[in-house]
Write a protein that binds this ligand. Structure first.
Ligand SMILES: NC(=O)c1ccc[n+]([C@@H]2O[C@H](COP(=O)([O-])OP(=O)(O)OC[C@H]3O[C@@H](n4cnc5c(N)ncnc54)[C@H](OP(=O)(O)O)[C@@H]3O)[C@@H](O)[C@H]2O)c1
Length: 249
């Protein structure tokens, strides 16, 4: 079913320059998609990702933007439409983490965390819903902390929690155009995003909570996102926990 393949489709990847988003941009391009690589501050990584895709014979452009500013989100999708004629798949890998007790968290930190993890995620889904072709796919990145009973991550897990509700509502509202909308929720993932919030002892604890005593790797998550963007099109309104059985209480 061609509508569920990536070949010749257009994919917008929020945070598509590095780490999980960077690998995803390359994997989508390898499957034949034209990729719009969004980045925030990491211009060099965005250029490297676009160059790697082009060197491998694929098509990609990069677009800078602070997605807490809704105008930037609109401009990102404008670029996709202007450059490639439409959008079929939108994956938002942006996010920001903070591990801090509630009693020490400032108003500014709360606003920053909810700005990128909740507000930007909402307007990314809204703009994708406006721009996607029929049979489109919208995928947002949550966290396995959505199912955890733990301390310290109130503004991170709390900021990502609304994603599940945004996603269910969008799945219903966009269903008449056969657009699927889902959240992928990795466990603690081996990227530079994770380590600054944790002590070496806690990293070992997180490893001990998953199969094989290891963290989630970006290579574990990319195939799942690809699946949702292709053959997994009948899955919608769901949060898929992909964490090697990681639990924390
Ligand atoms: N690593 C983990 O342990 C883990 C576990 C579960 C879920 N996740 C989720 O997985 C996703 C990808 O994480 P990752 O590990 O691959 O780390 P990452 O590359 O640092 O991903 C976060 C992305 O969000 C971007 N971003 C932050 N603030 C932004 C803003 N205001 N506007 C636009 N973009 C902004 C970052 O760009 P800049 O760096 O330039 O600001 C970066 O590209 C995130 O949503 C994260 O919450 C991560």
């Amino acid at each position: 079913m061609a509508e569920h393949m990536l070949k010749d489709k257009v994919a917008v990847i929020g945070g598509g320059e590095k780490n999980l988003g960077g690998l995803l941009s390359k994997a989508f391009a390898e499957a034949g998609a034209k990729v719009v690589v969004h980045y925030h501050t990491s211009q060099k990584e965005a250029e490297e990702t676009v160059r790697a895709i082009q060197d491998a014979g694929g098509q990609a452009v990069s677009v800078q933007g602070d997605l807490t500013d809704v105008a930037s989100t609109r401009q990102l999708f404008d670029t996709a439409v202007d450059t490639y004629g439409g959008v079929d798949v939108a994956v938002n890998t942006t996010g920001m983490v903070l591990r801090k007790p509630i009693l020490e968290t400032t108003e500014e930190e709360y606003d920053r965390m909810f700005g990128i993890n909740a507000k930007a995620a909402y307007f990314f889904i809204q703009e994708a819903g406006r721009r996607l072709e029929g049979h489109g796919k919208i995928i947002s990145l949550g966290t396995s902390l959505l199912a955890a009973f733990t301390d310290g991550y109130s503004t991170y897990a709390g900021g990502k929690a609304p994603l599940e509700h945004f996603t269910r509502a969008a799945a219903k509202e966009f269903a008449d155009r056969s657009i699927s909308v889902n959240v992928v929720a990795p466990g603690p993932m081996d990227t530079p995003f994770f380590y600054p919030q944790e002590t070496p002892e806690r990293v070992e604890f997180h490893k001990s909570q998953a199969m094989g005593n290891q963290l989630t790797h970006i290579e574990d998550i990319v195939p799942l996102i690809k699946f949702l963007a292709t053959e997994g099109s009948w899955i919608t309104g769901q949060t898929l926990f992909a964490n090697g059985g990681y639990t924390t209480r």
